[in-house]
Design a protein around this ligand. Structure first.
Ligand code: NAP
Length: 257
């Protein structure tokens, strides 16, 4: 689909084989890119190590996106081993479980801070880390993952909706900032998919069924479909696209009554 041979990418947000970021990693690898893949903490290290056995010569690194020291270490290692960077895939998101079931008005200060830090601020931190490495390549492309809960109210999505609104705004500000350096920044707004992160949202199966009933395509989407859209935005076919939120949701976002 795209010739990415000689290109290098960083993929953040792989927890297991169902992760959207993992599907994107596989698509990038299948098109010739060499990847650095991160895992959050030792709990996920083994999972990610096993998955990465399917990649060609990957760089595996620990990364908690709330830790500036770890972010610096990741980009230092990428610079040392790859000598530059062409893509960043940002698929990290987190909100404390209780914030995704209690009434929104009960959102705590700490829950709000942590959710916005992991799910939105981290894009700025990763873009800043990637900047000098992408400049070495004459440009780059960054893709993050968002959800329609940024604009509309979905039961129990709560503070994650606020974090996604901030994330989409970060996409536009980063795109404006980095565009003159030929670095593009986009988001994919994916329809609901049963992943580890999604299992934290109370009533998630009800959301999935609602999409099957109401989306124009009368179905939900698969991680591989999101990955193909990411490949389009990351690769040469997307070279004139930046500051965009691309809906990959079977058309659900257009529905009204
Ligand atoms: P996932 O497999 O659970 O991926 C989320 C990843 O974020 C996990 O690897 C998680 O690690 C990581 N993460 C959380 N806190 C982190 C931190 N402090 N530092 C580094 N990584 C951290 O779920 P997913 O559904 O593929 O989610 C990927 C992205 O897609 C998220 O931004 C999500 O909001 C978005 N999205 C998902 C859907 C959906 O329906 N699934 C729809 C639209 C958008 P831990 O497991 O250790 O927390």
């Amino acid at each position: 689909m795209a010739d990415l041979s000689g290109k290098t990418g960083l993929v953040v947000g792989v927890a297991n084989k169902r992760s959207i970021a993992w599907a994107i990693a596989q698509a990038l690898q299948a098109n010739g890119a060499r990847l650095a893949v991160t895992y959050q903490g030792e709990r996920l290290a083994e999972n990610v190590r096993e998955l990465a056995e399917g990649l060609t010569d990957p760089l595996l690194l620990p990364l908690d996106v709330t830790d500036d020291g770890q972010i610096a270490h990741v980009f230092g290692e990428i610079d040392r081993v790859f000598g530059g960077l062409d893509f960043v895939v940002h698929g990290a998101a987190f909100a404390p479980r209780e914030e995704l079931s209690a009434p929104f008005v009960q959102t705590t200060r700490e829950g709000f801070r942590l959710s916005l830090d992991v799910s939105a601020y981290s894009l700025i931190a990763l873009a800043r880390g990637a900047l000098p490495l992408m400049e070495k390549r004459g440009g780059g492309s960054i893709v993050t993952l968002t959800y329609l809960g940024s604009q509309r109210v979905f039961q129990n999505y709560n503070v994650m909706g606020v974090a996604k609104a901030a994330l989409e705004s970060c996409v536009r500000y980063l795109a404006a900032d980095l565009g003159p350096k030929n670095i593009r920044v986009n988001a994919i707004s994916a329809g609901p998919i049963k992943t580890l992160a999604a299992s934290g949202i109370s009533g998630f199966s009800g959301i999935l069924q609602h999409y099957r009933d109401r989306a124009p395509l009368r179905r939900t989407v698969e991680t591989a479909e999101v990955a193909e859209a990411a490949l389009f935005l990351l690769g040469p076919a997307g070279r004139a696209i930046t500051a965009e939120v691309l809906m990959v949701d079977g058309g659900y976002h257009a529905t009204g009554m």
